[in-house]
Design a protein around this ligand. Sequence first.
Ligand code: IPE
Ligand code: IPE
Ligand code: MG
Length: 235
Amino acid sequence: MVIPQHVAIILDGNGRWAKSKGMPRNYGHSRGAKNLEVICEDAYNMGIKYLTVYLFSTENWKRSPEEVDSLMKLFRSYTKTCIKTAQKNNMRVRVIGDPTALAEDLQESLRRLVDTSKENTGLQFQIAINYGSRDEIVRAVRRLSRDCMDGKVRPEDIDEKLFSGYLDTWDVPDPDLLIRTSGEERLSNYLLWQLAYTEFYFTDVPWPAFTKDDLWKAIEKYNSRERRYGGVKEE
Ligand code: IPE
Ligand code: IPE
Ligand code: MG
């Protein structure tokens, strides 16, 4: 079995899962956060090197203030727990997205998480929080334009590789496999540039119920595909 080096996940369906159990949406979010810890360990034990998960999109601010507020509270506690689990599991954590819209204390916890885990050599874990791919590209273009104006980059030297270096994922290889849970089959503004040649896997299983076996199913399906680039089989 070929294990994909980098798996990206759109963890969806927390709310619907909770509703199906007669519980409030927040219950789904907190069970979803717990499941993420489990799946991180499973993924690493399976041999996955990079895992990138979508926690909060730039569009998720449109949800009710109560839901946004409870998600932010959950991220606070998740970040604190993650500082400990990252040390225990030798996991390096990165944040992608624009943290500047988050509360200062949450930004500070995220910085601590990134900083305390930066030397870890186990799972390379990216959390996308206040992430939107279009926003990421716009921020990259802004920084690149500034470098051009400062004379650090010549426009004629801009190519795909140079541009990728301005994205939040600058030192992470592109995902090999994208998984979206809970039945929706869209990207919802996730990693538009990075997913250009990624294999997609959609499952009806809602995120809080997603298990190691479901991850295996996705990897098996990935293995049954023949990856091609420009119509040419992968070497
Ligand atoms: C995914 O679950 C978690 C976040 C987007 C924060 P949802 O909250 O989108 O759950 P559904 O899709 O409404 O069931
Ligand atoms: C995408 O899920 C964002 C995250 C998983 C964080 P949503 O549930 O917000 O996406 P849409 O709005 O249904 O596309
Ligand atoms: Mg959803």
